[in-house]
Structure formats: structure tokens, C-alpha cells
Design a binder for this molecule. Sequence first.
Ligand code: SAH
Ligand code: SF4
Ligand code: F3S
Length: 462
Amino acid sequence: MTRLAPGAKYFIYTYGCQMNERDTEIMAGFLEEMGYEAAERPEAADLVLFNTCAIRETAEQHVFGEIGRLKAVKAERPEMVIGLCGCMAQEPETVEWIRRHAPHVNLVFGTHNIHELPDILARAADTDQLVVDVWKSAGEEVVENLPSRRLDGVKAWVNIIYGCDKYCTYCIVPYTRGRERSRRPEDILREIRALALQGYKEVTLLGQNVNAYGRDLGTGYDLADLLADVQKIDGIRWVRYLTSHPWQFTQKLIDAVAANDKVCEHFHLPVQSGNNRILRKMNRHYTREDYLDLVRRIREAVPEASITTDIIVGFPGETEEEFQDTLRLVEEVGFDNAFTFIYSPRPGTPAAVWNRRDPTSMEEKKERLLRLNELQYALQRKRNERLVGRRMEVLVEGPSKKNPARLSARTRTNRIVLLPHEEGLAGRFCEVEITRAHTWYLEGRRVGEPLPERRVPLAVHS
Ligand code: SAH
Ligand code: SF4
Ligand code: F3S
């Protein structure tokens, strides 16, 4: 394989969750430290990396399709280097597929060793064979002081815990990301203090399971304590955390969100199903009643709370009656948003085996998803309509993707608000009045002066 010279162009495809987006920032940091530059399009790059997601089959098919498409590009430019990393890299099936169908791929590396990227590239440069470096054991230490090229100048992602030990029976993540490993509080707080000094205003604390934070450290320090410490950092205005599990979402954590005003009143609590038998089969560790009680306690402590969720329909063996329990729960809770999915069998997980004997057809599952979405969209719109006439603080993100003549902003509760375009407003906080509600977004107009914030010039830093 060709050794890439400084000045070489790289392009990273990023699929999946925020953890992957953060990993992409770190890989970009390494590549830029090595003197490489970002390319606008994969066709123009010397190095193309696929940072992949394995959560559902559709995500994987997209990656296979894109890799296939690059075959012709690489035939024209044989010196192009193609690598696959992220969660799919940890699945033996992926490596097998590459060997069989994609000989133009040069390297595969895992989710635990992105800090070895320069090394892996050097190793690949010395051979024409496929270089594979994925983990085989279930745990790795936490590596600190990674370079990174953050992709936004106002909002920053901060990892607090890696991996997941929950082993929900449908989910691949524990196999692709390993056991739960928390970063030490002092390392996290040092990173956030540096971000604040650089001018970042919003941080999102990341993990597959942020409310498991600290358990493996054995010191008793948990996410509630961390939120209280982040609250004290000058310059940071908003704090978010993703994703939390309804199991072990403690009263102490609810109280911490209520007590620390920088912590946004948004609770993303994936419920997955509203039926107790299915929840048990999923290994979720809570019942429908536990979940409803949690929602009640959150709304009691944080009346403005926005609650969003993830739901799977068509889990193996789910009956029509059991699915209706999910519809009833959705109605009872009144979610502000819901990400809904049809169950997708993942190799090596228990549910994939049960799925072989599932009598419910894909047509039926699609129909359940439609019914669920219809209900959720109607409820969501109603919840948004209640906000018309209200004033709230937003962070203006930039021109709207769909309508560049307008600015897209976000509320503390993570709702999108479209505003009339104004020069110099992007990257700043301001107060808006909500003028119209839709299912997916709100419209508003600015009232009062924006806070004089500045965007951070994007550069590589540790
Ligand atoms: N750690 C988070 C979820 C990460 S995956 C949590 O436990 O809450 C994001 C969502 O993808 C999950 O909440 C679930 O709704 C969905 N998901 C996971 N595995 C899936 C599968 N095999 N099929 C369909 N959806 C799945
Ligand atoms: Fe997957 Fe469950 Fe872990 Fe979430 S908690 S990542 S759904 S195993
Ligand atoms: Fe996907 Fe891996 Fe995230 S499977 S959702 S990229 S942890």
C-alpha cells in the first residue's frame, strides 16, 4: 500500500451515534497532526475511512453500498487507501465480507484502538495484505490526551464512559464497544475547563449509558456528582448528557438536573416497549410501571422537562396486544419526540435466535411502525402547539439545512426553532418568542439582544 505524504487528503464517513461522531473528531485530530488535510468529497481523498455503525442492518447495508461504489474510484486511483473502523469492524462477518467482496479495502480497525491510527496506517503501508486490528477481549483501558479536531465551534462532545454491560437481548453494542469503562472525573473536568477557555458554550457528556458513570471506578462518585462539578465551570452555559437508561436513573440524578441550572431539562429515556413481558425478554430491568413512575418523578422535580425516547416494534414474539401496550404507554407519557425502529436481528445476540421463529411478518411490523408513528406525530405536534407565544432561550446553530434563508436554533429541551435569517447570529444564544408549531420544529422570532458570544476557530488540540 502507498505511504501517504503530508498534505494528503482524508475523508471520513461517519454513521451511527454521537460516540462515533466524537471518534471521528479524534481520528481527524490524529490525521491533521500527521499533516493530512480534510477533503470535501471521498472521490478527492487519498485516505477514506468508514466509521461504521452496526446497530441495525440498514446502517450496515449503506456502508457496503458506499464501499462498493468506491471500487471504481480506486480502480482509477490505485494509491487511494480505504479503511473501515467503528462498530462493524468488531463483527467477524464484516471482515469476512471484505475479504470476499471488497479487496480494495486496505485496513480494518476496532473501536478501542483509534489512538493507534498512525501506527495502523504505517503498518498497512508496508503490506499489500488487508491489515486487521480489532480487539478480541472484552475490555481495554481508557486512553487520555487524544488530539481532536472538533467539528463545531460552540458545542462540544465529551466522552465520560465507554462501552455497555447491559446486554439488552436485541443489541450489538456490548459486543462492539466492550465493558463499561468510566473516565476519571479529573480528566473529564480538565477537558471541559479547557473547552470553556477555548470559548465552547455547550457540552454534551457522552456514553452508551451515562447513568452507569462511575460504577466501575468504585469511588461512589456518579453522574449527579459530575453534573454538579461541571455546573461550576465558568463559561459553559448548557450541559447535556446522552444516553441514559431508565434502569438506575436515580432520584439523586433527577434532583441534580433540577438543582443545576446549566443542565438542560431534556431527558432522553429509551423505553423500547410498553409491555412487561417484552421488556423482560429484552432484559431491560424495568417494568412499564417503573417507567411511568420515573416519568412522574421527573415531571414533579423538573416541570418543564422534555422527555424523548426510543422504541422498537416487532421484537421477536411481540403480539398485537403487546404492541398496543406500547401505543397506550406513548399516549400516557406524551413524549416530545420518539425514535422508532423495526427490530433488526443482530448476529450473535439472543433475540436474533428467537427471531427465526417469529410468526409476525415484516408487513405487519411495518404496519405497526406506521401506526406508532402516526400516534406519536399527532401527540408531538400538540405538545409543540402549547409552546406558541412562549419565550425561551435558544442557541442559534446556523442556516437551516432545508431552508438556508432561515436560521436553525435549538432550545434547552432540544427542540428546533427556525428564525428569520440575521447576519452574525449563528453560534450565539438569544431569546425567542415562538410564533408557530409544527410536528418537527417550531418557528420563532428573536426578542432582545443576543449574548455576545464568539465561535471558536476550529483547530486541532488535545
Ligand atoms: N444505549 C442506548 C441505546 C443505543 S442504540 C440505550 O440503551 O438507551 C439506540 C437505539 O437503537 C436503542 O435505544 C434501540 O431503540 C435501537 N436499537 C438497538 N438495537 C436495535 C435492533 N437490534 N433493532 C432495532 N433497533 C435497535
Ligand atoms: Fe444496547 Fe441496551 Fe446497552 Fe443500550 S443499554 S447500548 S440498548 S445493550
Ligand atoms: Fe452504532 Fe456503535 Fe453507536 S453500533 S449506535 S455506532 S455504539
